[in-house]
Ligand binder design. Structure first.
Ligand code: NAI
Length: 320
């Protein structure tokens, strides 16, 4: 642990934020930072994507206002500037959030460039979904300033952030960043050491892999498997995790639950010794069944529906 004053110094100094990559996740990050009063400069190597960013942000912010999640979209948007170059986005930044493609070569190239351009007291978080920072920062300048800051999509509506330091990340950074992210309204966790997929996608992966396997074996339809989460497990999971769930699901708490159902879960784990990849044939079957109820052309509107549902949920959680 590091002295609290060190964390305070970090929090006090973070005013200027660089956002690199303005796709789905980068834009959400721009909103996260700007809504708390920080100045954001964003950059994307695709000029048309960058040119469209303010328009997309404006729409996102208007919807947030309608859901009473922000007060004045114009003020928030006014804090977000478009940078003409990577240097302009990150050169003066106290904190940089990188959200480019999930590929080691792309992450490595952009991290090397960012490492060359940042101040040596800046911090760089990568949105990487599962590639650990050590896979792409080993040989770059200022590598001790880099770590993973993995969000959930979209980051302005789902607060969790996984902070995952590499073996060479300055050990003061993750605890300080945890305090700072909390102050921005996010919900940070620290992953103690690197592991592929970190915590969140390992949990999601366990569920997803089981869902594919159950479908492949003909146990239930796509819609029925989905509803086990949307009308079942997910209702509890929207406000508590698996450990708290089982602590409350037996009169005697975790010990009691483990005595009653531990053997069942052990048997289930034992029944999946040979995990299968998601084969092209299986993907085609799942896609066909899903497309029967959600045609491809309707997916964008369904994403917007998801975000409106998340905004309603975020508003509900704020009011608690
Ligand atoms: P995206 O494809 O929507 O956006 C990526 C953006 O990065 C594009 O606009 C692209 O032009 C830009 N880009 C690529 N190379 C660049 C470079 N060298 N310099 C500047 N800009 C560059 O992807 P998305 O979904 O936003 O993902 C970004 C990162 O966030 C990935 O690491 C991904 O794994 C992670 N992530 C994605 C989540 C999701 O559900 N989509 C959730 C959590 C993390």
């Amino acid at each position: 642990m590091h002295p609290p004053h060190l964390c305070k110094v970090f929090i006090m100094q973070f005013r200027e934020i660089g956002v690199v990559g303005t796709g789905l996740v980068g834009l959400g990050w721009a909103v996260v930072f700007a809504r708390t009063g920080l100045n954001v400069r964003m950059y994307d190597c695709e000029a048309p994507v960058l040119a469209a960013a303010h328009g997309r942000l404006s729409k996102m912010l208007e919807e947030m206002e309608q859901h009473e999640l922000i007060e004045d979209p114009t003020v928030v948007l006014g804090r977000i500037a478009v940078a003409k170059s990577l240097g302009e986005a990150v050169g003066d930044a106290d904190y940089v959030q990188e959200s480019v493609f999930e590929r080691v070569d792309v992450k490595h190239g952009i991290s090397r460039d960012i490492g060359t351009l940042i101040r040596n007291d800046a911090v760089v978080g990568s949105s990487s979904s599962g590639i650990p920072a050590s896979a792409f920062t080993a040989d770059i300048p200022n590598r001790e300033r880099f770590l993973i800051a993995h969000p959930v999509n979209p980051p302005h509506l789902i607060p969790l952030v996984e902070l995952v330091p590499s073996p060479w990340t300055d050990p003061a950074i993750a605890p300080a960043l945890r305090v700072w992210f909390k102050a921005t309204g996010q919900s940070p966790i620290v992953v103690n050491r690197e592991i592929e997929g970190f915590v969140l996608n390992r949990l999601q992966g366990a569920l997803l892999n089981e869902a594919w396997a159950l479908y492949d074996e003909g146990i239930a339809s796509i819609d029925d498997i989905d509803r086990c989460v949307s009308d079942g497990l997910g209702l509890r999971w929207s406000f508590m995790g698996p450990f708290e769930t089982i602590d409350l699901n037996a009169p005697g708490g975790i010990v009691d639950y483990a005595a009653r159902l531990g053997p069942l879960y052990h048997a289930l784990a034992n029944s999946r010794h040979a995990p299968q990849s998601w084969s092209p044939e299986l993907i085609a079957r799942v896609t066909a069944e899903r497309r029967a109820s959600q045609p491809e052309g309707a997916l964008l509107e369904r994403m917007n529906w998801r975000d409106r549902e998340l905004m309603t949920l975020a508003r509900h959680r704020l009011a608690r």
